[in-house]
Design a protein around this ligand. Structure first.
Ligand code: NDP
Length: 291
């Protein structure tokens, strides 16, 4: 069986067009133009590229966006003061602090300092708590993107057995909460696997929907996937590739070539979950503005 490719880039474009229409309606109804401000500390190229994707995406959807750049040497107090200034600025509807932060900055304290209604990453403990309580408000972008990919390709998780590999606060845990909530488009039976899981392959083979977010290049191969499974690969790993001019390329956590032979549908890397994460940050910005 050759899997259907879940085209995250095309679905993200569809989502972004919907958001742009909602932004127009929001402004026509007399509301101020939503505005996202990203805080970028340091000059890590990957972080720069992620922030650019999100701010450009907001601009394309008709929202304002700005980036506060701080040096890699910025003190914790300086980052905190920036967040507090943005919290108090009524023209700012959404704040995004690009993670990771340098070691001298207490990352968790910075996330906790963001006004929860402006927290477009959905990582403030208040927002994570609401998600766990079954009353989601702002949900982290990657889990939301995974759910939308499933729903928009006719692979609703309702009633299905979902296995998620990886229990990070950014991806695995909020996704487990989201998909196990008693709600339309969720209502799945979820297993959360991690490095403490015994016989991981036995667990992943039970999945009807398998989501892998482990940060381990190609760790899931065909032997770990039951025929007909829908496979969502969240992983983004840079690996050496001497055949490329850049000397490297991006691969997922799933061995795409072998798993595509057994899965019923699969996301590519790049072009799968990544573009959906960006689209969901943009959606969260509109939501933070009350749209
Ligand atoms: P973390 O490193 O924070 O978490 C990885 C999780 O995977 C941990 O829970 C870890 O278990 C588990 N894990 C690692 N190795 C194994 C293994 N061999 N068997 C079972 N479980 C394992 O990563 P993130 O969640 O932040 O990111 C995961 C991947 O997703 C990365 O490649 C990242 O780049 C990518 N990513 C992609 C996004 C997108 O938009 N597409 C957005 C965010 C992340 P334990 O807890 O036991 O250590």
């Amino acid at each position: 069986m050759a899997a259907r490719i879940i085209d995250g880039a095309a679905i993200a474009a569809e989502v972004r067009a919907e958001i742009a229409a909602r932004v127009r309606a929001h402004i026509e109804a007399g509301h101020p133009r939503p505005k996202l401000v990203a805080v970028l500390v340091g000059d890590d190229p990957a972080s720069q590229s992620y922030v650019r994707g999100k701010t450009t995406g907001c601009a394309e959807a008709g929202m304002d966006s700005d980036t506060v750049l701080l040096p890699a040497s910025a003190a914790h107090a300086e980052v905190l003061a920036t967040v507090e200034r943005l919290n108090a600025d009524a023209s700012v509807s959404g704040i995004l602090v690009q993670l990771p932060l340098p070691p001298q900055v207490d990352e968790q304290a910075i996330v906790r300092a963001i006004e929860p209604r402006k927290d477009v990453d959905g990582l403030h403990p208040y927002n994570l708590g609401l998600l766990l309580a079954g009353q989601p408000y702002t949900v982290p972008a990657t889990p939301l993107g995974v759910q939308q990919l499933l729903l928009r390709t006719g692979n609703s998780p309702e009633g299905k057995r979902v296995v998620i590999v990886g229990r990070s606060l950014l991806v695995g845990r909020p996704l487990a909460a989201l998909l196990s909530n008693k709600a339309e488009g969720a209502n799945a039976t979820v297993t959360l696997a991690h490095t403490g899981t015994r016989d991981l392959a036995k667990v992943t083979r039970e999945a009807e929907i398998l989501v892998v977010a482990a940060g381990r290049p190609r760790m899931v191969d065909a032997s770990m996937v039951r025929p007909g499974t829908v496979v969502i690969d969240v992983g983004i790993n840079r690996v050496a590739d001497p055949s490329r001019k850049s000397g490297s390329r991006l691969v997922g956590d799933v061995d795409y070539a072998s798993v595509a032979e057994v899965a019923s549908a699969i996301t590519p890397v790049p072009g799968g979950v990544g573009p959906m994460t960006v689209a969901m940050v943009i959606a969260n910005t509109l939501r933070a503005a009350g749209g």
